[in-house]
Design a protein around this ligand. Structure first.
Ligand code: DAK
Length: 263
């Protein structure tokens, strides 16, 4: 398997679905330098031609990721802290811009860098036991892995500022109500539901799904005119593919399409 198991990351490829599990349960999967660098290696190892969806989750029943490693951050200088932030952000951007969709299966605490990691994913599913927060201001710092940027884009500026200024912890039900997560499931059902969603994505034409992710992501940060141009470009790229011909011919002939071939 690409990348294989590392010290802090487990990887599994099940058919078209690549599962990355952060495996440092003794520290509630906190993001140390090693965890982050192995996470990057895992993301880099995803074989896009063979993968139609990625799931990121945390080992154990307690935490998705309880944040960046506080012991590691404690002694940092201003310059080192900026480096640490830029490095984490670079890796999270790799996840955000990975060509295939990424689902965060948030199985417990998603605090600080953990909430930020979930937000770098395309879709967030949470267990009923999940707890979200950006507690950084209570630690004398600010969210440093994209939290000040992505939270407001997901839940609106007012709610984001409230959560960022107060460091309030919210339960999965509130995260659902404010749009931070897409759905909440009993803890024991989370993995299965994440897999079902990944399979549903994987059943669609891969080139079209990838083009959709690119158009949504790139359009989000553009004016509407540029966004429409991005969409038209991606729309065009889907044509003359085997999958487009197969699916449209099947519709016209009133039959089911053949399975998609990613070409
Ligand atoms: N870092 C390091 N170790 C952690 C950790 C963390 N974030 N969270 C938990 N652990 C460790 C604990 O130290 C403990 O280790 P041992 O003492 O057993 O060796 C073990 O995990 C189990 O934790 P607890 O014993 O505390 O478990 P409890 O059930 O009692 O409490 C908890 C669970 C999640 C409520 C508690 O562990 C907790 O409050 N953890 C810290 C949560 C937190 O504040 N996370 C946000 C971290 S700040 C930046 C870049 C990035 C960031 C900021 C700035 N720049 C460069 C500017 C990001 C910041 C953050 O993520």
């Amino acid at each position: 398997m690409p990348g294989g198991d590392m010290n802090y990351i487990k990887q599994e490829q099940k058919s078209f679905i690549h599962i990355i599990t952060i495996n440092r349960p003794e520290a509630l999967n906190a993001l140390s330098i090693d965890v982050l660098s192995e996470l990057e290696e895992a993301v880099d190892s995803v074989k896009i031609d063979e993968t139609r969806c990625v799931i990121i989750t945390g080992m154990g029943e307690k935490a998705f990721v309880a944040g960046a490693d506080i012991a590691l951050m404690y002694p940092l200088s201003k310059t080192q802290a900026k480096e640490w932030s830029l490095n984490g952000n670079r890796i999270f951007r790799k996840i955000e811009t990975l060509p295939v969709p990424v689902i965060a299966a948030v199985n417990g605490y998603a605090l600080g860098g953990g909430c930020e990691l979930a937000m770098a994913c395309d879709i967030r599913l949470a267990s009923e036991t999940a707890i979200f927060a950006q507690p950084e201001v209570g630690l004398g710092v600010i969210a440093g892995f994209g939290g000040t940027q992505r939270l407001s884009r997901l839940v609106g500026v007012g709610k984001a500022k409230e959560l960022l200024f107060t460091a309030t912890r919210i339960k999965a039900s509130e995260a659902l109500a404010i749009g931070l997560v897409n759905a909440v499931y009993p803890a024991e059902a989370l993995t299965g539901e994440a897999f079902k969603l990944a399979e549903k994505i994987a059943a669609n034409a891969p080139i079209a799904v990838r083009a959709t992710k690119k158009a949504v992501n790139e359009g989000l940060h553009s004016d509407i005119g540029s966004g429409i141009e991005i969409e038209a470009e991606q729309f065009g790229l889907c044509f003359e593919t085997k999958d487009q011909k197969n699916a449209m011919a099947a519709f016209l002939e009133k039959r089911k399409p053949e399975p998609f071939v990613n070409a």
